[in-house]
Design a protein around this ligand. Structure first.
Ligand code: B4P
Length: 200
């Protein structure tokens, strides 16, 4: 059984299309607020690098810009949360990405007597996303950043399967949209003003 901290946890979903800056901001915010950063994309890439069974399975989807199947992703996410008992809270980056993932996350957090505090979405226009990802593709070695068709497919998958999660959290009064265009510092400031209010 997961041992939760006595104090109320702060659990954030950092949301937005591919290339919106979720990973970039989560790395900064985890230090600033002492939260544990869980990036499903990073965990998949770690497994691909180490050629685990999970990695080989995930790679076939990721290289095409498709989502990895929910059952695999949900199981992996729970295991990751369980590794981190007694923490102040989590920043979920790249998860949930489907309604099934959002529902599974809510039920799971309920079993450990906590919940999502807020979904904070980075809003960035598609053309800027494509530019950022192609730029990263020059050095990242990521197959899913190298090809403009794969990038467009990732954005399409986002609108078809992931964007709907805005409603899921909005209905619960937990949705906050933030302008994701500007310098990395400016965006950290925008996100921080939402988080500071939540933590008051
Ligand atoms: P992710 O790893 O989540 O990748 P992402 O969408 O590219 O990320 P992000 O928004 O974090 O971008 P970043 O900050 O790096 O997913 C990759 C794949 O994994 C998915 O396509 C899917 O196949 C699979 N996957 C992951 N989670 C899954 C799930 N839950 N279910 C199923 N499948 C899943 O920023 C991008 C670039 O922009 C960087 O180069 C950065 O330097 C730059 N940048 C950031 N902020 C900037 C700014 N303010 N100005 C200019 N550039 C900026």
């Amino acid at each position: 059984v997961y041992k939760r901290k006595e104090k109320k946890m702060t659990n954030l979903v950092l949301f937005g299309p591919p290339g919106a800056g979720k990973g970039t901001q989560a790395s900064i915010l985890k230090e600033k607020y002492n939260l544990v950063h869980i990036s499903t994309g990073d965990i998949f890439r770690f497994n691909i690098k180490n050629q685990t069974e999970l990695g080989l399975h995930a790679k076939s989807f990721m290289d095409q810009g498709q989502l990895v199947p929910d059952e695999v992703t949900i199981k992996m996410l729970k295991a990751e949360v369980e590794k981190n008992e007694g923490v102040n809270g989590f920043i979920f980056d790249g998860f949930p990405r489907t309604e099934a993932q959002a529902e599974a996350l809510a039920s799971y957090l309920e079993t450990i007597e906590t919940e999502i505090s807020a979904m904070i979405a980075l809003e960035v226009d598609d053309e800027i996303l494509v530019e950022r990802l192609l730029e990263r593709g020059k050095t990242s070695g990521r197959a899913d950043d190298a090809d403009v068709e794969v990038i467009r497919n990732r954005i399409k998958v986002y609108y078809n399967e992931t964007a709907i999660l805005k409603n899921f959290y909005q209905k619960q009064g937990k949705y906050y949209g933030v302008d994701g265009v500007g310098s990395i510092n400016e965006i950290t400031e925008r996100l921080s003003s939402v988080i500071d209010n939540l933590m008051k």
